[in-house]
Design a binder for this molecule. Structure first.
Ligand SMILES: [Zn+2]
Ligand SMILES: [Zn+2]
Length: 140
């Protein structure tokens, strides 16, 4: 049976539901980042991202692609629903090449795998306390 016919293990959806990512298998990496750029990119206090092999992700629905202009690497892109702006997924160039990163909140799954570590912990909002589990890093 082809990979794409498998029941998805994880379902990513934007807020309006037009953009969905059907994911089979487990993430190869999950991490969080509380740097100020990730606060802006996520619109929240922390960006938590999970990377899956391209071959494990089926994209359904429309999306807009944003090419990071301040980064020389054209392979770094972010995609999101053109209607509601949600459902963000992305590629990170040489970092985890061949994988698609997905913002973990799109799974709306409280049981989703915890991040291994969180980058730029000192930049978090002052009221955010230490989580149990992930290693807290001062930078990248
Ligand atoms: Zn949407
Ligand atoms: Zn960050």
């Amino acid at each position: 049976m082809p990979e794409t016919d498998q029941e998805p293990a994880h379902l990513s959806s934007c807020e309006c539901g037009a953009l969905r990512l059907l994911v089979t298998g487990s993430p190869v990496h999950v991490h969080g980042c509380t740097c100020t750029r990730c606060q802006r990119g996520s619109g929240s206090v922390m960006r938590v991202s999970a990377w899956f092999p391209d071959t494990d992700v089926r994209i359904e629905g429309p999306f807009t692609t944003w090419f990071y202009r301040d980064n020389g690497d054209p392979a770094m892109t972010a995609c999101f629903c053109p209607t509601c702006g949600g459902g963000r997924f992305f590629r990170t160039g040489d970092y985890l090449k061949g994988c698609i990163g997905i913002a973990v909140g799109n799974f709306a799954d409280p049981g989703f795998q915890a991040p291994d570590h969180i980058h730029w912990w000192p930049d978090r909002p002052h009221w955010l306390g230490n989580p149990v589990g992930p290693t807290l890093l001062e930078g990248n």
